[in-house]
Ligand binder design. Structure first.
Ligand code: F6R
Length: 603
């Protein structure tokens, strides 16, 4: 993981790079660095820790070309030496890199035999020495020669004093986007970093190399042939990527959900025609009913997938398998008659991309549900559905999770078009329409949820329990709480506590019970009773129409709407707010939890 950036143009490159790296530091923030060319000399500045520390260290400097990096360590500890840019022996070439070079050990030995001196423990350093080794009179050619020798994933930006007006970029399995300006050009891991300066972008494909000068952008394919690429206009605005007055991106993104859910649904449902429609490629994939659906994903996206499995099986009856992408890659059953649906907010999670490639290579139809247009996943899969949630900066996924569930529900309805009757479909469509309003009602209860957060904030361990779709929600509630508040938390199917986890319950272990008024209601009440018998405090998340629940639980947080499968959306928002308030009360770094990064581009 890591964020890379390059700038060449008429502005002060030091300032532009720092500014844009701030938008990329969600990709990694254990150290940062920039490299610029000043009067034909390469100047490198690096610092450990957050970007602000590098900013303090950087002298004012009048330069127009440079590269920058925010790091999330993979090879080598967090240190100045291991921070990027990495520099060649002669001090003339600098490289920033996102990805992993798998054969770096062997290459390093060979390069050392040739006299290259390595100063870092990084895999990246072989890149800069390989370029130095093959450099004759063209940086582009040297980069070409280098990429033929390395194996692994990379997005790179390279600078050299021998050609002080250009930046060379290269991409293989890590995101890299060129931003096109007037008299200036950019290179970035993520378009959010560019939006302040331009909304015109070119997405690089695997194996492509770009050469940027202030006035030109040339793209070459793996064989060195110059190619023409489409320029895309991005319609996200800068404000959408800023905090918009909220103390944290996570809170802002939680509050954006009425809007993001509306966006996810926009143009896809028609209550008049009682129909659901997707983009053409998705429609043609769904034209023939798959015999089996396989969902692959990681983390929060995996829990959305788990909810999707319940939805698809319950509505359409199509058997649906769910696999962690990291397991599917190696052990998944790849049946050609199955439709493989990958779910990935970023579209760049290495394990999910690996699973998607495996599925495609095995002849399965593949589809991806993602938030990022132009991401690698959209280019691997046969078809993609965008969640349209807008950029998500907080490391903890929130609005993209609820949008993923909505897309999965639409998919489930679409797959059940032959079995579901029109009245039932109408009812589901109107439940979908109500979602933004129901979420708004939960947001208005934020203060109540804060009061519950005060009760759990000093706990060592918190349990979440539920049945049906409330089980994956319990897993997601626990994940949100642990990742941002650092409280140990676990989610369980409510019926499973008695098979082991009971042993952990004490009067100091709050149990959050998700209770919906469906066929599992009585069983949930019985489970709450079992928990109370162990003296653990119970916080119920319950329907506002449930007049009984107060008798059993110590505290109750209410969600609106009738109990139907879509109640999981307002409940997810309650769980997000509970995690947020708890972490905030504990003074945690909410948008950048320790040891985590937004997009996990390593396996
Ligand atoms: C948790 C979280 C992660 C991601 C996971 C997959 O809040 O955000 O668990 O869900 O890393 O990321 P994507 O969806 O980008 O593939």
């Amino acid at each position: 993981m890591c964020g890379i950036f390059g700038y060449t143009g008429f502005r002060n490159a030091r300032n532009v790079i720092l500014d844009c790296l701030k938008k990329l530091d969600y990709r990694g923030y254990d150290s940062a660095g920039i490299g610029v060319i000043n009067k034909d000399e390469l100047k490198i500045f690096k610092e450990i820790g957050e970007l602000g520390l590098l900013e303090k260290k950087l002298p004012p400097i009048d330069v127009n070309i440079g590269i920058g990096h925010t790091r999330w360590a993979t090879h080598g500890e967090v240190s100045i030496k291991n921070a990027h840019p990495q520099v060649s022996c002669n001090g003339d070439i600098a490289v920033v890199h996102n990805g992993i070079i798998e054969n770096f050990k062997k290459l390093k030995e060979e390069l050392e035999e040739k006299g290259h001196r390595f100063i870092s423990q990084t895999d990246t350093e072989v890149i800069v020495h390989l370029i130095e080794e093959s450099y004759k009179d063209s940086l582009k050619d040297a980069v070409f020669s280098m990429i033929k020798k390395i194996k692994g994933s990379y997005a790179l930006a390279v600078l050299s004093t021998s050609e002080p007006d250009i930046i060379v970029g290269a991409r293989q399995e890590s995101p890299l986007v060129v931003g096109i300006g007037d008299n200036e050009n950019f290179l970035t891991s993520d378009i959010t970093a560019l939006l302040k300066y331009t909304n015109r972008v070119i997405y690089l494909e695997d194996g492509e190399i770009c050469v940027l000068s202030k006035n030109s952008v040339d793209i070459f394919n793996w064989n060195g042939k110059k190619i023409e690429k489409e320029i895309h206009i991005v319609d996200w605005n800068v404000e959408a990527a800023e905090k918009g007055g909220f103390p944290h991106f996570m809170l802002k993104e939680i509050y954006e959900q009425p809007h993001s859910l509306h966006q996810t649904l926009r143009g896809r449902i028609s209550e008049i025609e009682r129909s659901i429609s997707f983009e053409d490629k998705v429609e043609s994939l769904l034209d023939s009913y798959p015999k089996v659906v396989s969902i692959v994903a990681c983390g929060t996206s995996f829990y959305a997938g788990m909810i999707g499995k319940y939805m698809i099986e319950q509505l359409s009856g199509i058997p649906t398998f769910l696999e962690l992408a990291s397991e599917y890659r190696y052990f998944g059953v790849r049946d050609k008659t199955s439709l493989v649906v990958a779910i990935t907010q970023s579209g760049e999670t290495a394990d999910t991309l690996g699973a998607l490639r495996e599925a495609k290579n095995s002849g399965c139809n593949t589809m991806v549900i993602t938030n990022v247009i132009g991401s690698t996943a959209t280019r691997i899969a046969d078809a993609f559905i965008l969640t349209r949630s807008g950029p998500e900066i907080g490391v903890a996924a929130t609005k993209t999770f609820t949008s993923q569930i909505v897309v999965l529900f639409l998919l489930a309805l679409k797959l059940s078009r032959k079995t579901i009757n029109p009245d039932e479909l109408s009812r589901y469509l109107s439940h979908l329409r109500e979602l933004p309003r129901n979420v708004r009602m939960v947001l208005e209860r934020s203060e109540e949820i804060l009061k519950v957060a005060e009760k759990i904030k000093d706990s060592k361990s918190v349990f979440f329990i539920g049945r049906g779709v409330n089980y994956p929600l319990s897993l997601e509630g626990a994940l949100k709480l642990k990742e941002i508040s650092y409280i140990h938390a676990e989610g369980f199917p409510a019926g499973e506590l008695k098979h082991g986890p009971f042993a952990l319950l004490t009067e100091k272990t709050p149990v959050i019970a998700i209770v919906t008024m469906d066929k599992t209601y009585d069983k949930m009440i019985a489970n709450i009773g079992e928990v109370k018998a162990r003296h653990s405090p119970v916080i119920a998340i319950a329907n506002e129409k449930d007049s009984e629940i107060e008798k059993y639980a110590d505290y109750v947080i209410r969600f609106p709407s009738d109990s139907n499968i879509l109640s999981c959306i307002p409940i997810a928002v309650i769980l997000q707010l509970l995690a947020y308030h708890t972490a905030n009360l504990r003074g945690c770094e909410i948008d950048k939890p320790r040891n985590l990064a937004k997009s996990v581009t390593v396996e």
